[in-house]
Write a new protein. Structure first.
Length: 518
């Protein structure tokens, strides 16, 4: 008969195994995302030299429209695939998502047929008229891909998702470069390359899923079950879809407003600062969010939601806070060093936006909790407040003729909104507000010695501010960057050393990826 201590030890071991597998799955996704991000960094200078800015502009407009439509193409029923406890119900939610995408694609084709010229003129991009025919095709491929991602997450096959994402990027950018080298550079070849990349990713993931799970999916499809699923998850098209549209509007409006009130140059500073800051979100937070959605959807059925949220939240704060603190104290110098002195203003903007970006890092995975808890309306409210306060903040800056004032208001209001959502979400899952705040403050205290090293150098500054090379690098900024790198490495080394589960998950995952035996 087991003693109470033995039972506790067995329970701790079970929890540790679950945490281990959680971060092992995250690292599988991060490995694929890392390749994609590095690949994009390497090919971007090549593409920018082969294609004219106007081609890039047409492609960006195309992607903005198509990505927005793809989000709503399934009426957000793709987000319901992880929620049912039973496999047969999940299979029917997948079918609903695909059917909804087919129906909405037909509607998109109708709008393109009649309004493509008006849309192109509204975007001040007349040449986009022809390419809008491809929008429904791309939106359909991406919409189905999003549904397949959720089924894939349910089955915890994260390596095949990484393979699909890598194939999309390699095919898309590879074709783009190929067209450019062949002297066929144009907006149409860029757009067709992007469509081809997404189509390959969708077909790759779809083929793998059908091969392994096709029989389970098709054997469980029933019209009655699908009608029941439409009714059970009716909040998703009613609330979740509009929340997603509002979130996208919040993402695309700031550069438009900054350009309108000030100049495209100011908008360019914002865009560069914002895109660099969002790299950790794209690389890490989205991967954690994908795994967290699957685990929390399962945990709510087993009574472990509070524990799952707490453990994930701790790691999000620990690994998301420090890079933003580094940018907050050294963004101007780091941007000037990496991108050139002309981009120093973008570095200042990054300092202003750093804490706001940290909360995006937190909220990106936690936003799935509104789906888990059946409180989809909260997403609409939060994104509506986010959009309204964001627009109001930038309008204030525009009326005062000071973009930095507008961005400070934007960053502070956004941070407060996201903090309120974070406290609500964790509390709704059973984590007290006081415990959530303690995690914040403990991480800040843990960060102080490491960020203190950077501040000590920056304000003591024993290195002369002198040009280091003909490219105009500042010796002082170079040393500051090295200090930031050392402090960041030391911070994460200590954090990993203290987190045994994460350390073992990293070793196991990379040993598996490279075919090594521990």
């Amino acid at each position: 008969m087991n003693t109470s201590s033995e039972k506790r030890a067995q329970a701790d071991l079970a929890v540790r195994k679950k945490d281990f597998s959680f971060f092992s799955d995250v690292l599988k996704l991060v490995s694929g995302n890392s390749f994609v991000q590095v690949f994009k960094i390497l090919v971007s200078p090549v593409i920018s030299r082969l294609f004219l800015p106007e081609f890039l502009g047409d492609t960006q407009n195309f992607s903005s429209i198509a990505n927005t439509l793809a989000i709503v193409s399934s009426l957000r029923y793709d987000q319901t695939i992880l929620l049912p406890k039973e496999e047969d119900k999940a299979a029917n939610q997948l079918a609903i998502s695909v059917l909804a995408t087919a129906i909405t694609t037909s509607i998109f084709i109708f709008f393109v047929w009649f309004f493509r010229t008006d849309i192109a003129n509204l975007l001040n991009s007349p040449t986009l008229d022809t390419f809008l025919w491809f929008v429904p095709l791309y939106a359909a491929a991406l919409g189905i891909f999003n549904a397949l991602i959720q089924w894939n997450s349910r089955k915890r096959k994260f390596l095949r998702l990484s393979a699909a994402q890598v194939s999309s990027e390699v095919i898309g950018d590879g074709l783009t470069i190929g067209f450019g080298v062949a002297d066929l550079a144009s907006s149409s070849t860029m757009i067709l390359s992007r469509i081809a990349g997404q189509a390959v990713a969708t077909l790759t993931l779809g083929t793998l899923i059908l091969k392994e799970d096709g029989k389970v999916i098709f054997n469980n499809l029933k019209w009655q079950e699908m009608r029941s699923g439409l009714k059970t998850f009716k909040k998703f098209p009613l609330y979740n879809m509009w929340a997603s549209l509002l979130s996208n509007a919040s993402l695309y409006l700031p550069p438009v407003l900054l350009s309108g009130y000030f100049s495209p140059t100011i908008a360019g500073y914002f865009s560069l600062g914002h895109s660099v800051l969002r790299l950790p979100v794209a690389l890490v937070a989205n991967s954690i969010g994908q795994v967290f959605f699957q685990r929390s959807a399962k945990a709510i059925h087993t009574g472990r939601l509070a524990q799952t949220v707490e453990e994930t939240f701790k790691r999000l704060v620990i690994f998301g806070l420090f890079p933003m603190l580094v940018v907050a104290v050294s963004g101007k110098e780091l941007f000037s060093l990496v991108f050139g002195a002309v981009w120093k203003e973008a570095g200042i903007y990054s300092q202003i936006l750093s804490i706001w970006t940290f909360f995006i890092f937190l909220v990106s995975p936690l936003s799935n909790l509104t789906n888990i808890l059946g409180r989809n309306e909260v997403s609409v409210i939060i994104n509506l407040i986010r959009l309204a306060t964001g627009i109001g903040s930038l309008v204030i800056g525009g009326l005062l003729g000071n973009p930095q004032v507008g961005l400070w208001c934007f960053s502070i209001s956004g941070s407060v909104t996201f903090l309120a959502f974070t406290l609500w979400a964790t509390n709704a899952c059973g984590l007290s507000i006081s415990k959530t705040l303690r995690i914040f403050f403990k991480t800040i205290i843990f960060s102080i010695p490491f960020i203190g090293i950077i501040l000590l150098y920056k304000y003591w500054n024993p290195v002369a501010d002198m040009p280091f090379s003909t490219l105009g690098f500042s010796l002082s900024d170079i040393v500051l960057a090295l200090v930031c790198i050392v402090a960041t490495f030391a911070y994460y080394a200590v954090a990993f050393w203290k987190d045994t589960t994460l350390k073992e998950a990293a070793v196991n995952t990379f040993s598996h990826l490279f075919g090594k035996v521990k």
